[in-house]
Design a protein around this ligand. Structure first.
Ligand code: SF4
Length: 235
């Protein structure tokens, strides 16, 4: 059902903004799916930003939404964020998952002083799906990388289902957040993308840099979260 809604939303808007319109709808569907299946009080709050130091992939449509948020920032903030996006894009292009976690480099959109996302309303699905149930566990995981963040498996799983529907509906490139937003920043990028021009040429997803062991661990975690969600909520 989500897949059909996303497709319809994309078609409803002019083809030049089809991707970003569909990505915005997918964000609303993700929030609704998480709210509709909520069983716990989440530990997430402003000032708690331990999950904003990990690598993140976005869909092309999400990169356009984030680029739009950057373009709407006040001049000084925009310049600062674009500089960080560029630096992070270059740094992360060759980092494995473990390297990235050990380096503890904040996302370019994180307001480190406030511990808050500066593009909260525009954040991608990969960020919307994390809901910690124990802030201390998230902190310990950030500090040592060998703890286990206690995430809500149901929230994670239903958000992944919407992301999967988006992927199937839109068939868009996916890649690392910082590089994708840099590529999407040109105000004409989405229009060019809609014409089939190679806006995201050379863009790669973060799993391209993962070792075999990291890929196995990530898959194991995803499978275990999906199993828990099915057991708890039957979703
Ligand atoms: S986009 Fe926002 S929520 Fe996502 S990692 Fe960056 S700062 Fe955190």
């Amino acid at each position: 059902m989500h897949r059909v809604l996303i497709l319809k939303e994309g078609r409803k808007h002019g083809k030049y903004v089809r991707s970003s319109a569909a990505a915005r709808l997918a964000s609303r569907l993700t929030e609704a799916a998480i709210d509709g299946n909520k069983r716990h009080t989440f530990a997430c709050a402003k000032g708690c930003d331990w999950c904003c130091y990990i690598q993140t992939d976005v869909f092309a449509g999400e990169a356009f939404v984030l680029a739009d948020a950057v373009r709407r920032m006040p001049d000084e903030q925009r310049e600062r964020v674009i500089e960080r996006l560029g630096k992070n894009a270059a740094r992360f292009s060759k980092m494995s998952l473990t390297d990235r976690q050990s380096a503890k480099i904040p996302c370019a959109f994180l307001n480190v002083q406030q511990g808050a996302c500066s593009v909260y309303e525009s954040r991608p699905s990969a960020c919307r799906r994390w809901h910690g149930l124990d802030a201390q566990a998230c902190k310990a995981n950030f500090e040592t990388q060998d703890g286990n963040p206690v995430v809500d498996p149901v929230a994670m799983h239903v958000a992944v289902l919407v992301a999967t529907a988006y992927r199937k509906a839109m068939k868009e490139p996916v890649g690392e957040l910082h590089r994708g937003v840099m590529m999407a920043l040109d105000p004409d990028a989405e229009r060019r993308f809609s014409r089939g021009e190679p806006v995201f040429d050379g863009w790669t997803s973060t799993d391209q840099n993962m070792t075999e062991e990291e890929l196995r661990n990530v898959k194991g975690m995803s499978d275990s979260i999906a199993d828990s969600a099915k057991r708890i909520a039957g979703v």
